[in-house]
Design a protein around this ligand. Structure first.
Ligand SMILES: [Cu+2]
Length: 446
């Protein structure tokens, strides 16, 4: 028993000290995060480089995805949630299309900060988005404290043997066991610290999924700017409180798709967060009608969630768009010609491949850009709107702030249509920084 005790001690201490890795989930904290958002009528890509510890430099890059015509200044204001400390910086919007503005502010303390990014023209605010971030304090590497304790015990034991060489047998026994135990612990912890591959991450299951969020879409109007808008309220299904634990997914806090009942009009936009559980987005001119608004969000430690609501929006002066073309279709969108076809006829429940080819002036385009992390997005909707699918192009993701273009003018999508009816289908590509939306329809056979 005496020989077993020190080894049991060693095992116990290792078990206590073993680093448990709990998988954090997407919240804007630590490192670089990239998100797309529409502030006013300006689609922006924002990169937030969150420091660890404070005071430290917080870097925010803002990259308008089209010309910010009329805008003169960008203002970044960071406000600490508890102390209300603020730091801010303003930059003149550089002339020319799609130029990146970089903010560097020194944040004085750790904790939750609200970043407010405003776009101004000469007289007023014309767009705003707020982004919550968390700055965590610096922490020491795992096992540092157990290592110090183990080394201290080893030193004490060695010291006691030198100052007390003629000790009684039972004291010698304790010294010997303590020496073996503390030496073993020191060696094991030392190995764990210097050889990370020795550590095994114990997978943990997220069992804390959140209740559903309830969304409300409220049409509104900014009379000063003469713009129709949608306000979105996001509340917790069980408490009714504003939901502010929405995490980035596919490079945005909220994806919104607006489709009219005939599936002629299609918008895929990213409303700006203005306060906890509050979002807003500008609408372009649209024909009057009842539109289906689909909202895709993801709460921390939960899966993504899609909500739908019918809203009456639009004006009488804007014409409705024509019927989309059936496949195989060649569609002209601005300067681009996009061909969409399936490799086999679409049948219920059978994965079908849609091939998309883009050209300009009769020549294949050189490359397709990554947008929202993918080279292409496909959205499908059946006539009554019950089936709503969002499919990514086949291939690798790239969620970098300035994603590379990938050479080639083709992408493919695979989807199994669940019902035999005619689906409205939208292909979205980004070419030379411009988003191309291609409406087509596909009839699915039984
Ligand atoms: Cu989106």
């Amino acid at each position: 028993m005496q020989r077993v005790t020190p080894w049991l001690t060693v095992l116990f201490i290792i078990a206590v000290c073993w680093p448990l890795h709990v998988s954090a989930h997407g919240i804007i904290a630590g490192g670089s995060k990239v998100l797309d958002v529409q502030a006013g009528s300006y689609p922006l890509r924002i990169e937030v480089i969150v420091p660890t510890g404070a005071p430290a430099l917080l870097t925010v890059k803002v990259w308008p995805q089209r010309d910010v015509a009329g805008a003169t200044q960008l203002i970044l204001t960071a406000t600490h949630q508890d102390s209300q400390a603020t730091v801010s910086q303003q930059v003149n919007v550089p002339a020319g299309p799609r130029t990146i503005s970089v903010f560097d502010v020194t944040v004085p303390q750790t904790g939750v900060w609200e970043l407010r990014i405003q776009i101004q023209d000469t007289t007023q605010e014309i767009g705003v988005a707020t982004v919550p971030i968390t700055i965590y304090p610096n922490t020491i590497p795992p096992l540092t404290i157990p290592m110090f304790v183990a080394v201290a015990i080893l030193a004490l034991v060695l010291f006691s043997t030198t100052i007390w060489p003629e000790a009684r047998p039972w004291v010698r026994t304790i010294q010997a066991h303590s020496f073996t135990a503390s030496l073993s612990i020191t060696v094991v912890i030392g190995l764990l610290m210097v050889w990370p591959n020795l550590r095994v991450d114990i997978p943990t299951l997220d069992t804390t999924s959140r209740p559903y969020a309830v969304t409300q879409v409220i049409p509104s109007r900014d009379a000063q700017r003469n713009v129709d808008q949608l306000q979105i309220l996001v509340n917790d299904g069980s408490t009714g409180l504003p939901v502010d634990d929405i995490v980035l997914h596919h490079q945005a806090l909220m994806h919104m798709v607006v489709i009219d009942p005939q599936s002629h009009t299609f918008l895929h936009i990213h409303p700006a967060r203005t306060a906890p559980g509050r979002y807003i987005v500008d609408l372009p001119a649209m024909a009057r009608g009842t539109y289906d608004v689909a909202i895709e969000i993801e709460r921390v430690n939960s899966g993504s969630q899609v909500t739908h609501q019918q809203v009456e929006i639009g004006d009488d002066t804007t014409q409705a768009l024509p019927d989309p073309s059936p496949l195989p279709a060649t569609v002209q969108v601005g300067d681009y010609t996009v061909m969409v076809q399936t490799t086999t006829p679409a049948r219920v429940g059978v994965p079908v491949e849609l091939q998309v080819t883009a050209s300009r002036d009769g020549q294949p385009v050189a490359a397709l850009d990554y947008w929202l992390g993918m080279r292409g997005h496909l959205l499908v909707r059946n006539p009554n709107g019950a089936v709503f699918g969002h499919i990514h192009a086949v291939g690798a993701m790239n969620e970098a702030f300035q994603p590379v273009s990938a050479a080639g003018n083709q992408v493919a999508f695979v989807y199994a249509f669940p019902t035999a009816e005619t689906y409205a289908v939208w292909v979205q590509l980004m070419i030379d920084g411009e988003i191309i939306t291609v409406p087509v329809q596909i009839t699915v056979m039984p």
